[in-house]
Design a protein around this ligand. Structure first.
Ligand SMILES: Cc1cc2nc3c(=O)[nH]c(=O)nc-3n(C[C@H](O)[C@H](O)[C@H](O)COP(=O)(O)OP(=O)(O)OC[C@H]3O[C@@H](n4cnc5c(N)ncnc54)[C@H](O)[C@@H]3O)c2cc1C
Length: 454
């Protein structure tokens, strides 16, 4: 049992920030080691009337894993992989397991967990469930939601709640939103309950995976290639990741390879995977048709090379965090967009977003991300509160344009505290009322993760 509440200032400070740059010092920190600990801590919190915010590895970019008030409950000491059933292709895990550790445990069984946030070596399964995280491979396999079969959570009143997907292929029992409570918890950002166990679906590792880095002279041609790849019958990408000129520069530095396509204006990293040999010739033909820098295409073949490609992909957000770090003490921070549109509209949306930020006098963003899903991350560095305000102005206008194109304000990082002001842009009054009703049902006193989402 680990039921003591840490209250010394250095312990509180250690949990006061997530990656959003927000800093709020919790009143106390709890580090439960089991579901029974979580239940007891929630009982204690209920008696005290204390709020409780769950935190995994605190890689949230939206302030979701810092405690606006009350206690912070860290799940890092609940990091057991309970079991892996290779026949049923199921893993049962505690919430504090890092996704990277889960992948390493599954690999000897010839299996993998499909969600692959770029932060997989730093983020927990509980955090991925609570944010419905996704990653490059989401293009083929869908986000975390699609891979959670069942979960156990403890609610604000310390009662246990178990949800299991019904598994039936037909169901006409009333409103669809009440069919599957697993869906309520996936993406709920700690506001409905604390997840203590998840049962996850696993997939067989594809025997053949080929990665290609395809440089282009400019952004329009790179984005046209992504659309063509999605619409082609000859190729079957499992990821299509975009890097603008600046982001490609970060990649070159990470790979210590200044000579790779030095004049390219953009780069697309793709993977093709399956039982058969990936169609390299078809990919090269498509790249050539889209005016790629054909002589500079780089193949990532084999496990070592694919790991290198993941490191390259991770370098982009990591470098942006490093660039922002010196400005944190004076109120600056990294500001990253998470909007998405239908993939054929991505080029138009990105051009409009760039036009808007220039009109607001904002320095150009470094842009990369999951353009195969119509989902770029524009990364701005605000050096001080004035620049934060200016960028927020540009973002507000950008997000209105994105909503007008039928897009979303938050495709994978959730709403948290930083983006709750944008929720009303996308969600109508009836949808908001339904969300509030669900919150009231599970947490009538509003003590779980206050400030997140609503
Ligand atoms: C370099 C970098 C790259 C990233 N790349 C991606 C990416 O590709 N795709 C993506 O989707 N995200 C990405 N992220 C964002 C982030 O890593 C994900 O949202 C991740 O899923 C958060 O996991 P975590 O363990 O850090 O959770 P935390 O940040 O600690 O928490 C996130 C949310 O989950 C809740 N929570 C945590 N554990 C529980 C639990 N047991 N029960 C209930 N609620 C809980 C918290 O209250 C909070 O609301 C990236 C972040 C960084 C820093």
């Amino acid at each position: 049992m680990s039921l003591s509440l840490l209250r010394d200032p250095s312990a509180l400070e250690a949990y006061a920030r997530d990656v959003s740059g927000l800093r709020t010092v919790p009143e106390a920190v709890a580090r439960p080691e089991s579901a029974a600990d979580v239940q007891e801590l929630l009982r204690m919190a209920a008696m005290d009337g204390a709020c409780v915010t769950a935190a995994g590895a605190q890689t949230s970019t939206t302030g979701a894993s810092v405690a606006e008030r009350g206690w912070l409950l860290s799940t890092r000491a609940m990091a057991r992989i309970i079991d892996i059933d290779p026949v049923a292709r199921i893993a049962r895990v505690e919430p504090g397991v890092l996704i990277g550790d889960l992948q390493r445990a599954c690999a000897p069984h010839g299996l993998f967990f499909a969600p692959d946030p770029t932060s997989e070596e730093e983020c927990t399964v509980g955090g991925a469930i609570a944010c419905n995280a996704s990653g490059p491979r989401t293009l083929r396999y869908g986000p975390t939601r699609a891979h959670v079969r069942a979960l156990t959570a403890f609610l604000a009143d310390a009662s246990e709640f178990t949800a299991r997907r019904p598994g039936v292929e037909k169901n006409t029992v009333g409103y669809q939103l009440a069919h599957d409570p697993v869906d309520w918890f996936v993406g709920s950002e700690g506001t409905l309950g604390i997840v203590t166990m998840a049962e996850l679906s696993l997939l067989p590792l594809p025997p053949r995976v080929l990665g290609l880095g395809v440089p282009f002279p400019d952004e329009p041609r790179a984005l046209a290639f992504i659309v063509a790849a999605r619409q082609s019958d000859a190729v079957h990408p499992r990821c299509l990741e975009y890097f603008d000129a600046d982001a490609f520069g970060i990649v070159r530095t990470a790979m210590d390879d200044a000579a790779w396509a030095p004049r390219a204006g953009a780069m697309v990293y793709l993977e093709d995977a399956g039982d058969d040999e990936p169609p390299l010739d078809a990919w090269l033909a498509l790249a050539e048709r889209c005016d790629a820098n054909a002589g500079e295409v780089r193949a990532f073949d084999g496990e070592h090379a694919l790991r290198e490609a993941r490191r390259m992909r991770h370098a982009a957000p990591a470098a942006m965090h490093e660039r922002a770090a010196p400005f944190l003490p004076q109120g600056g921070r990294r500001m990253s967009t998470d909007w998405a549109v239908r993939y054929p509209l991505a080029a138009q949306a990105l051009a409009e977003a760039r036009r808007i930020s220039t009109a607001h006098g904002v320095a150009p963003a470094v842009t990369y991300g999951h353009l195969g899903n119509g989902h770029p991350h524009q990364n701005f560095i605000a050096r001080n509160p004035d620049e934060v305000k200016k960028i927020e102005g540009a973002l507000a206008e950008t997000l209105r344009a994105i909503i007008a194109m039928g897009g979303t304000v938050a495709a994978e990082h959730g709403i948290g505290k930083v983006k709750s002001k944008w929720l009303g842009l996308q969600v109508g009054v009836h949808q908001l009322a339904v969300m509030r009703a669900l919150k009231r049902e599970f947490d009538p006193e509003g003590r779980l993760a206050p400030g997140n989402i609503l």
